[in-house]
Design a protein. Structure first.
Length: 207
């Protein structure tokens, strides 16, 4: 079982924790993680783009001049794609970019993402994270003490409005609960900060 240090909010080492091999020492399957991340990004696309075909643009459908005898190329109407304000040949239309990923693949990708944070020493475990009031400075001071000055993902075991509101004004910092973490957010952060209680819940879900 991999072991990682446990820190408090002041950045001091207060012990260590053993992580589950099933979740935090799994296979890091890059193609699988790529597939899940692509699925997440595709789901965010609106797919509302639309262009006009030659049958939809405004203009006369009359042939612009006779077929033969002019010395010019053969044309039909001004709606043709080669003319200014003509329609597009393969016009894009509204569509959905969503594609589904099997549950087993999503679980494998999640385990791989969590394992990659352990391998790259980007996993920080907190003994606890509690706040009695909303104060951005408290979270900023904690992140600095933990060496998480860049992009960080803070995972807590249960909803806490004080923590969420304190962290949301800090650039590059996101908060999540155990049931809302995803592969994209995990891979996109430089430091993955999680409480001990949240670690236990993650292991219960993915073991």
């Amino acid at each position: 079982m991999p072991k990682v240090a446990v820190f408090n909010m002041q950045g001091a080492n207060v012990g260590e924790i053993e992580l589950s091999d099933e979740v935090f020492a799994a296979e890091v399957n890059i193609p699988v993680m790529h597939q899940v991340v692509r699925s997440q990004l595709n789901a965010k696309r609106q797919g509302t783009q639309s262009a006009l075909t030659r049958t939809e643009v405004r203009g006369s459908r009359r042939k612009i001049y006779r077929q033969k005898g002019t010395g010019n190329a053969r044309h039909h109407s001004r709606r043709a794609p080669q003319f200014t304000h003509g329609g597009m040949v393969f016009a894009v239309k509204p569509r959905s970019y969503v594609f589904s990923v099997p549950r087993k693949v999503r679980r494998l990708a999640m385990k791989g993402a969590l394992t990659s944070k352990v391998v790259e020493n980007e996993l920080i475990v907190l003994d606890s994270l509690t706040m009695n009031e909303t104060k951005t400075k408290t979270i900023a001071t904690m992140l600095k003490a933990l060496g998480a000055d860049k992009k960080a993902l803070i995972v807590i075991e249960q909803p806490d409005e004080n923590i969420v509101r304190s962290a949301r004004n800090i650039e590059g910092v996101k908060t999540a609960y155990v049931n809302t973490i995803n592969v994209l957010d995990i891979l996109n952060c430089d430091k993955f900060i999680i409480t001990k209680e949240a670690v236990k819940l993650v292991e219960e879900v993915y073991e």
